[in-house]
Write a protein that binds this ligand. Structure first.
Ligand code: HEC
Length: 179
């Protein structure tokens, strides 16, 4: 009898002392590292320094040099085009529309952006478009802090693709005729 009571009470206190749940769904969230604001992870950089791996944009204030000064470093692969489409549909579509016609969902609440199929933009170098995404242009804001450099170039490949879909180049037509 005594033994049974002792056993029972042990069992009960054992239960009460359970401090950790038996099963933790996402341990990383449960035991997060708990970085403190102003802690060592958040040191402010020394004035004039730049984060490792970051190149300052060299054509700030010089749109006239951007087109000749940069070439698209990415190859037009299907993966790059898919990435460009994905990012375009996140960042550009709301104003420029799916086909770049300037009729996105925020228009006309937001001023009508120009078509991306104008002769002007079609004749622009990739670097000129890069400049607009990076710097903004008049009322179009800069997307430099939101879109990585590689993603900007991928978006430009995608813009070229929708331009060519709208107005196939002589080369595209020749390729289609040979099929
Ligand atoms: C908030 C709305 C908005 C978003 C989002 C936006 N744009 Fe624009 N964009 C504009 C407007 C408005 C202009 C015209 C600015 C001006 O008056 O010069 C413009 C101009 C441009 C031009 C120059 C066209 C020309 O004829 O001068 C290009 C190229 C361009 N945008 C590409 C993009 C790309 C690529 C993205 C996505 C990364 C993007 N824009 C996102 C509103 C937007």
């Amino acid at each position: 009898m005594t033994a049974a009571v002792a056993f029972l009470s042990l069992g009960v206190t054992g239960c009460g002392k359970h401090e950790k749940p038996n099963f933790i769904y996402m341990p990383d969230m449960y035991w997060s590292p708990g970085v403190k604001p102003q802690g060592p992870g958040f040191r402010t950089p020394v004035a004039g320094t730049i984060p490792r791996g970051y190149t300052p944009y060299p054509f700030k204030g010089h749109p006239e040099l951007a087109g000749k000064g940069m070439i698209n470093p990415l190859k037009r692969t299907s993966a790059v085009l898919a990435r460009g489409q994905d990012r375009f549909n996140i960042y550009c579509i709301v104003c420029h529309g799916a086909q770049g016609m300037g009729n996105g969902s925020v228009v006309p609440k937001y001023p009508h952006p120009p078509s991306l199929h104008s002769d002007k933009v079609r004749n622009w170098a990739d670097g000129d478009i890069y400049h607009v995404i990076t710097n903004g242009q008049n009322i179009m804001p800069s997307y430099a802090s939101q879109i990585s450099q590689a993603d900007r170039w991928a978006i430009i490949h995608y813009v070229r693709a929708i331009q060519r879909a709208q107005k196939p180049s002589a080369e595209d037509v020749k390729a289609a005729e040979q099929e």
